[in-house]
Ligand binder design. Structure first.
Ligand code: FBP
Length: 552
């Protein structure tokens, strides 16, 4: 790829490391806590993870560790959706390995987990890694969403690590990919292979977090990128004063991105899916809430505004959630019959009698193009692809309808002109912020130190993230510690628990305190673009969410 001026300048950026990982590698010692337990379903999980269950927490400290200088062969996988900073995880891992022993080798599995199954690799050389330092994207080796599930896939993965003589595999991924990492770690050991497996917490969605993982990488940069765009729209609409902007924001399920962007930009409305589900709010109630703000602002002469909509919203609105569940089950049960239908009218007809009356009624009344989006191909997990449902357009259509009725009843006198946007993919490959550049490099370096310390079934963990980077701590969290069992496709499966927005958390409470004023008055904040060069208070800060969670 050709290089922009920023890319060239960013090559010179030296990511910061926590003190416990900096300096000479043989000074990185590891200390262990007590054995750990899973979140729940402990007996069943102990059975599934016979060898790797319940390991202790690992923390790095300054000391002596001669083993760290061994020659190692390690493979790395980028799994799932792109997130800014992935290249720096690889750079941190590479630099650690080479510092430990210049003869160590890092293989990149191409195209995600399928690269491991099919043994598709490239050797990552100094020259290749240097090309990608501090850049966004996953294009160094590519990514993919293949899940290692079947016996054949596990067997092929084992064959690959044996053929390559791998000491360890690093899986850079979200909750599902790291659940896979835990299963692989167990599988390798129980099949006589000593290949270790280490995970790194990735996803812009911010939903892979818990007591030991303060945030997943990429969330910081993605939210700052979206907030810049939202802030610009706020200022634009405050200048021309004629549009309502309905902005859908990425985040498959959780509303962390929408909430963080709301805290950064102070829009008039931000819908939080988790709250809508908790309060059992129907689509009509949501429209009422939106119209109430539009009417109040129109009374003040403000016929403009900004509304944030989390991408996963539709799956949290009770009646739509039910519709989606029925659609998923019906399509999965009669896949062949459904896929033989070639037009929407036939598809709609096909669902009559197969869906409940309520769900069928909703499907029929949705605008045709939105209803069609509900019927599009499912993802590999059988779920609706929410990034492809134009919830923003659905809400605009329903708002227009409601306002027309209110106008007829003389309850509304304003003008309503709406524009829709979707900010999603444009945030996933941005140049990582300094925070993500440092955090990712540290996660990769910590993954190396976990491998060199002989550990398997751990997630690389870097904490104390609101402090300056040299004060961060680093170590590993046993993957089984973050697990419970969930029903997936009719069977109980081990999973790493997804962290949704908690309604009693400081970030949500802060938003809740202010949103009534934002709904009526113009309180927009314009955060501007990510700054890569300049004072730390402008360039190195973390998200508002993280700061509030840390009581700052
Ligand atoms: P990960 O959970 O794999 O990080 O991906 C998250 C995400 O970016 C969601 O926000 C979005 O809904 C989804 O990926 C889009 O998936 P795809 O890239 O397959 O269209």
């Amino acid at each position: 790829m050709n290089k922009s001026a920023l890319q060239t300048a960013r090559y010179a950026y030296k990511p910061k490391l926590p003190e416990c990982l900096s300096g000479s590698v043989e000074d990185i010692d590891v200390e262990f806590g007590s054995p750990t337990e899973a979140i729940s379903d402990r007996e069943e999980l102990r059975e599934i993870f016979k060898i790797t269950y319940g390991k202790p927490l690992a923390a790095f400290k300054k000391g002596k560790n001669e083993k760290i200088k061994r020659e190692l062969k390690v493979g790395v996988i980028l799994s799932g959706g792109q997130a800014p900073g992935g290249h720096n995880v690889i750079a941190g891992l590479f630099d650690g390995l080479k510092k430990g022993n210049p003869n160590s080798t890092l293989y990149g599995f191409e195209g995600g987990p399928s690269g491991l199954i099919e043994n598709k690799t490239i050797v990552l050389t100094q020259e290749i890694v240097d090309e990608y330092r501090n850049t966004g994207g996953f294009d160094i080796i590519g990514s993919g969403r293949t899940k290692i599930e079947t016996q054949e896939q596990f067997t092929s993965s084992l064959e690959t690590v044996k053929k390559l003589g791998l000491y360890a595999v690093v899986v850079i991924g979200g909750d599902d990919s790291n659940t896979n990492a835990a299963l692989l770690a167990e599988y390798f050991l129980s099949n006589g292979s000593s290949t270790q497996v280490i995970g790194c917490p990735k996803t812009i969605d911010g939903d892979l977090k818990n007591e030991y993982i303060e945030t997943s990488f990429g969330f910081d940069t993605a939210c700052k990128t979206y907030s810049e765009l939202i802030g610009n729209l706020c200022r634009d609409t405050n200048s021309a004063k004629k549009y309502w902007h309905f902005i859908k924001l990425m985040g498959r399920s959780a509303s962390h991105i929408a909430l963080e962007c709301a805290l950064q930009t102070q829009p008039n409305i931000c819908l939080i899916s988790e709250e809508i589900e908790a309060k059992n709010l129907s689509l009509d109630k949501i429209i009422e809430q939106i119209c109430s703000s539009i009417v109040k602002r129109a009374e003040n002469g403000d016929n403009f505004g900004v509304i944030l909509i989390p991408e996963g919203l539709v799956e949290f609105i009770p009646e739509i959630k039910k519709l989606i569940e029925e659609l998923n089950d019906t399509i999965a049960d009669e896949e062949e019959s459904f896929s033989s239908l070639t037009n929407f009218a036939d598809q709609l007809q096909w669902f009559a009698g197969r869906l409940s009356d309520i769900s069928y009624g909703i499907l029929k009344t949705l605008p045709v193009e939105i209803a069609q989006q509900f019927l599009m191909d499912r993802d590999p997990h059988g779920n609706v692809q929410v990034s492809r449902i134009e919830t923003d357009k659905l809400l605009v259509g329903m708002t227009e309808k409601k306002l027309r009725i209110m106008k007829e009843k003389k309850q509304y006198k304003g003008k309503f002109s709406a524009l829709t946007h979707f900010f999603g993919y444009e945030g996933r490959c941005a140049f990582p912020s300094n925070f993500d550049a440092d955090y990712c490099y540290s996660l990769g370096y910590s993954a190396f130190a976990l491998i060199a310390s002989g550990l398997t079934g751990y997630l690389s963990s870097v904490r104390n993230l609101t402090a300056p980077a040299d004060k961060w701590s680093a170590g590993g969290v046993p993957l089984t510690m973050m697990m419970d069992l969930e029903h997936r496709h009719g069977a109980k499966k081990p999973v790493i628990k997804k962290a949704l927005v908690e309604l009693d958390s400081k970030p949500f409470k802060t938003f809740e305190e202010k949103r009534e004023i934002w709904a009526e008055k113009t309180c927009f904040l314009v955060p501007g673009s990510i700054q890569y060069f300049g004072p730390p208070e402008v360039c190195d800060t973390s998200t508002v969410t993280l700061r509030l969670e840390h009581g700052l």
